[in-house]
Every structure is written in C-alpha cells, then in structure tokens.
Write a protein that binds this ligand. Structure first.
Ligand SMILES: Cc1cc2nc3c(=O)[nH]c(=O)nc-3n(C[C@H](O)[C@H](O)[C@H](O)COP(=O)(O)O)c2cc1C
Length: 365
C-alpha cells in the first residue's frame, strides 16, 4: 500500500489534554518545537477570541516518534495539555471523581445551543449531560490539528511547498478596520459572527492527486479536510461558486508556451490533479453557536421552553480558522506528496520528488 499520512486525535475541551498520532512520516525530518508552538499561538490569537486564549498558552509535547528533534519514521505522538483542566479536575475527571464536587463542570448541562452539537450529540449517544457531547465537539480540538499541520508544513518545506492561510471576511466586512468594528458591534449586541478564509499553497508541483474518485481527487480531499473543521459550512477551490456564473471562455486558465497559465481560476487543480499553479482553497465559517444573548431552546430536563447554554465563548474565530484551515490543507497536501513520492527516509522522499520534477521538466513557478 502506498504510504500516506494519517491523523488520529483524542481529547476533550476541558479534559487533561488533546492527543494526536501522526503516522506515515519519513525518518529524518527535523522538527522545530518553536515553529509548532508558534502555530499553536497563532491559533489562539485574534480579535474576536475569548479570555480563555489568554488563560492558556498552548505548547506541544512529543511522546513518541521523535529523537533529538528528528522523526524516527515511527508514529509521532503529540500532546497539547489543557491548562484550564486545573479548574475542571472534578468536573472532567476521567475516573469517578474523589471528594466533594468543586470547580467547573459539576452540574449537568441541559440547555442545548442551536447550531452546536449539543442536541444531536445527546440524542445520538444517549447522554443526559450535554457536556458529554460538547466537550469533544468543541473546536478546542483544532489545537492538535494545528500541531499536526505544523509537522506537515515541515515536511512540505523539504520539497519547496509553503502553505499560508488568511482571513478574507468577518461578518461580511473585508477591511481590517471594518472587521474589528463588526466584531465590536456583535460583541456589544452579545452576538457572534462568521466569515471567510483563504489558504494558498505555493510550490505544489503538477501531479498530486488523481482523476476520478473522492479518495484520489485532490480537490475532494482538500474540501473534506477543510469541511472537517468545526463551523465550516462551505468550501471552494479557486473561483469555485463564481465559475458557475461564467462562460467557459472566462472560466478556464489558458496555457502559454513554457506551460505557463494566464490565470488561476481553477485554484491550481484540474481533473482532481494539481497543475503546478498555487492551490487556492476558501472556506466559509458560520457564526459561532454560543451567544451571550442565548437563542431559544428547550430544557432537556423539563421539556419546557428555555434559553440555550451560555458558556465563555468567542465572538468570532475566523482568524483562528485561517490557521486551522492552513494546517488542514498542509496535512492533506503532505499526505498526497507522501503517496506520490514515498520513501522511508526523508532523503528518499526528496530524491523521488527531484527525479520526478526532472522528468517533467518542471522548474517551479
Ligand atoms: C477555531 C474555532 C473556534 C471556535 N470557537 C467557538 C466558540 O468559542 N464558541 C462556539 O460556540 N463555537 C465555536 N466554534 C464553532 C463550534 O466548534 C462549532 O460550531 C460546533 O462544534 C458545531 O459544529 P458545526 O458548526 O460544524 O455544525 C469554533 C470553531 C473553530 C473552528
């Protein structure tokens, strides 16, 4: 079987830690702890974030797969501890808690938030306490996605690929001042906002992905990876939805001698395969479901009308999504590159990539 990257995660929002296991990395890849921590920090920053982000400064720990800063080619085990767990030791104790209830999370939550996983989660799993659903559904999970993405970016850097996410819109506003104003206004109204982010990967050679199925097509894989992030409700590649309103003569990217393109409306993917242009992925995030002015709901304990749960929460997390989407795209591209170039040692992987670029005469963009 072709080698690929796999990511398995575990962890609750206020439990002891988040855990990720990454398999499929070649041996000999140098990882920079400060670079991983810098991405974790980027995820926590942003104008719309809650005070929790100041409370906790995330740091990565590595339990396996790394020796003296280099991967061993064995599963890489990453941990990001929840410092806030100190306040939830009784409430989120993995084992039956000892002593009297203390700290947070001691009383069952019975007020599901519209737009969150609360109601669907308790019905599906038969929980009586909404917390049993929301703790895993929380986007706190994305901390380890970002850590794994930082590892993927280190691998991609070895073959000249960079990935960067940025915010395009928050609450319909497109300039920094307007975005801040929109967030201030939503905060004053005790409301929340969503927005749009864009991830661009440069240096992607032609030939990642393949034509037909969702497992092979790079566009399908990237869409699934980004849609796999909480609160993402739309993903487009390149000009995406706008292409549907154009004529073919205005939609496609004409080819010039030297195999250069006049435009990149396709977002760097044709036929499910990267075409050598920058890969461009955009994601639409819905407004966050936890409102400080709660929406109408039902108290699951009584069946009567009530207001939804109010728990410390962000006004908007679009800036954080840009970092998480960057990580998700990087991880997927790194997986596609592992499938194409293989190799157990990093040198094998890089040599296969170079030989391939030589065969197709690709000098990059
Ligand atoms: C980086 C990030 C931060 C988030 N922060 C919050 C938050 O503070 N409060 C909230 O209600 N939802 C937040 N969300 C969104 C919820 O996690 C998400 O809406 C919920 O899990 C339900 O999933 P769905 O929106 O995909 O249906 C955040 C999402 C992301 C990606």
């Amino acid at each position: 079987m072709a080698v690929s990257l796999r990511l398995v995660t575990a962890g609750e929002s206020h439990g002891p830690a988040l855990v990720a296991i990454v398999t499929g990395l070649p041996a000999g890849l140098a990882l920079d702890r400060a670079a991983i921590d810098a991405d974790l920090r980027r995820r926590q920053q942003g104008y719309g974030r809650s005070p929790r982000q100041q409370l906790e400064t995330d740091e990565v720990e590595v339990l396996a797969g790394l020796r003296h800063g280099r991967t061993l080619g064995t599963p890489l085990a990453l941990v990001v501890r929840n410092r806030d767990h100190a306040n939830w030791e009784w409430g989120m104790s993995p084992w039956p808690p000892a002593g009297e209830p203390s700290g947070k999370g001691t009383k069952p939550v019975t007020l599901p938030r519209p737009g969150h996983a609360d109601l669907a989660g308790v019905l599906k799993y038969g929980h009586e306490d909404v917390r049993d659903a929301l703790e895993r559904a929380s986007a706190r999970h994305t901390a380890v996605v970002v850590a794994a993405g930082a590892v993927a970016k280190a691998l991609l850097a070895e073959i000249g690929i960079t990935v960067a996410g940025r915010v395009l819109e928050i609450g319909g506003a497109t300039g920094e001042e307007e975005m801040r104003a929109a967030m201030d206004s939503a905060k004053a109204d005790r409301d929340t906002l969503g927005g749009i982010v864009e991830v661009v990967a440069e240096g992607v050679p032609p030939g990642l992905g393949s034509y037909a199925t969702r497992e092979e097509r790079l566009d399908a894989r990237l869409a699934a990876a980004v849609m796999g992030i909480q609160a993402v409700k739309g993903v487009e590649l390149g000009e995406g939805f706008a292409l549907a309103r154009k004529r073919g003569s205005e939609a496609h990217d004409e080819i010039e001698p030297g195999l250069k393109r006049r435009s990149n409306r396709a977002g760097g993917i044709e036929g499910g395969v990267s075409n050598g242009e920058p890969v461009v992925v955009r994601a639409a995030m819905k407004p966050l479901p936890t409102l400080m002015r709660p929406l109408d709901s039902v108290d699951l304990a009584t069946g009567k009308a009530a207001q939804a749960l109010v728990e410390r929460s962000d006004v908007a997390a679009v800036e954080a999504l840009a970092v998480v989407a960057e990580a998700a795209v990087a991880f997927e591209l790194a997986g596609a590159a592992r499938e194409k170039f293989g190799g157990d040692a990093l040198g094998d992987f890089v040599a296969a990539q170079r030989a391939y670029l030589e065969r197709i005469g690709w000098t990059g963009r």
